[in-house]
Design a protein around this ligand. Sequence first.
Ligand SMILES: Cc1cc2nc3c(=O)[nH]c(=O)nc-3n(C[C@H](O)[C@H](O)[C@H](O)COP(=O)(O)OP(=O)(O)OC[C@H]3O[C@@H](n4cnc5c(N)ncnc54)[C@H](O)[C@@H]3O)c2cc1C
Length: 501
Amino acid sequence: MKESFDIVIVGSGIAGLSTLLYLRDTELYKQGQLSICLITKGNLNETNTHWAQGGIAAVKGVQDHFEKHIADTVNAGGYVNNSFIVEKVIKAAPSLMEDLINWGTEFDKNKEGQFDLAKEGGHSDARIWHKEDQTGKAIQDALMNELKKDIHILIHEHTSLVKVEKLAESVFSLGLFNKKTNSFSNINCGKLVLATGGLGMLYQTTTNQQIATGDGIYFANQLGAEIENLSYIQFHPTGLYEGGQIAYLITEALRGAGAKLLNQNREAFMHKYDARLELAPRDIVSRSIMKEIELQENPYVYLDATHIDKEIINKHFPTIKYECIKRLGLNIENDLIPVIPVQHYACGGIKVNEFGESTIKGLFAIGEVASTGLHGANRLASNSLLEAIAFAKFSIAKLIETNEVKPLINFVLQLPVTKNINRTQVQDYMSQYAGIVKSNQGLIKASELLNELDLQNEIDNEFDYYHFESNIVLQVAKLLIKDAINKKENKGVFYNKDLEG
Ligand SMILES: Cc1cc2nc3c(=O)[nH]c(=O)nc-3n(C[C@H](O)[C@H](O)[C@H](O)COP(=O)(O)OP(=O)(O)OC[C@H]3O[C@@H](n4cnc5c(N)ncnc54)[C@H](O)[C@@H]3O)c2cc1C
């Protein structure tokens, strides 16, 4: 592998791939003056992006306005959003949709040939661009196809970032591990873009894929970058209840189309908790479900889509229908769907400025790994794909500002040492003590238990990638608990029953 690049991007979801595409379209790249490399843990499409269902939010149409999207975003976010960033992202959204379309993404249209925009929880208007219930796959596939047009673009699959050091101003040294060949290599770069996605693997049950172990947070923290609001974790109210760690997501759009939540007695209950019923923001719906579960024997509630027009189910939710039949033998046209709230999205992360740059010069964070201020204390549905592509675009001017990579002088990173960390134990502690409802005592307990796990010192004879990742899960969990202990106010997704509000 070439040893030195102007820019290295880590991650191949919407954040990583759109950053790469925007860079490809710069004059500097076209003139051959920008060397870029993208690495990713698994196959190119092993991302959370691939699994996004509902869609991506952008204002279009006559009755919708930027002001309404802005108001919905800050309302969901508990009014602690960065208002400058909210306005910047939401006003850029229509042109970002054009970029996605120009790169080949197809969105559903209605009979009149207009984009068929959907309404989701927390949105006051229909502004969700979607491709059936597989919008993420449509975006991921389109970006990957677009990249194939340039055969010079360097992409390394099955290659994980396992070590990073900042050697000097604008020189990062990276240690990479190739899981297929079991080999370790070193490269360096002037700018490093962490587009590593979420941290769902910290919890027992999540909608996230295996890759979501919080790596970007871990490395940025090691480099001394500021991390903020890690405990603003969004739980999705309707994960399919079936056992196993990765829960299949039943999109919010199904509730948007009229699906109702029912308790074990088949009674609707959302009217007891919020006037917006099933379309209240996710934190409220999740907490309401947990309350109902406390009041009954079953560890899940039902989602009832049986009254929705079959044509709508088959047109807009074909994958959900198929997955429910495949996984549980249920036909959502006739059967109730068992659901529970599950970990879904990290609203906080590596603190970045309006260009996606962290508090460490040259270190960028884009996508779910970043904390941009857009989401505040709770992400509005379908604003995360938007945030990722928005910051990919906003970062470009800074990424190409100066690109002098100093040569690497005799600096070779060694493979990290790994220990046999019990990942399942971390996930159990996190789900028990840092779930939807937290308490002071529970958080202190979690902190003690995680510290104990960290003290275990059974060192592996050789580098073990799974253990390496498990250590990241543990270290990021510790950061999250620390952040939760420091929170003195309940806001958005964060709820500690011992605090006011
Ligand atoms: C089931 C589901 C449904 C969703 N639905 C929606 C929706 O409808 N609308 C919406 O806006 N959002 C939705 N979201 C959230 C949204 O999909 C994610 O926030 C977004 O896709 C994150 O994109 P990303 O590029 O930041 O990360 P990802 O798409 O997760 O990509 C992360 C990349 O980083 C790589 N990586 C991680 N660590 C390393 C490492 N150490 N070395 C090398 N590579 C590494 C991974 O391999 C992967 O390629 C959904 C999420 C899920 C899980």
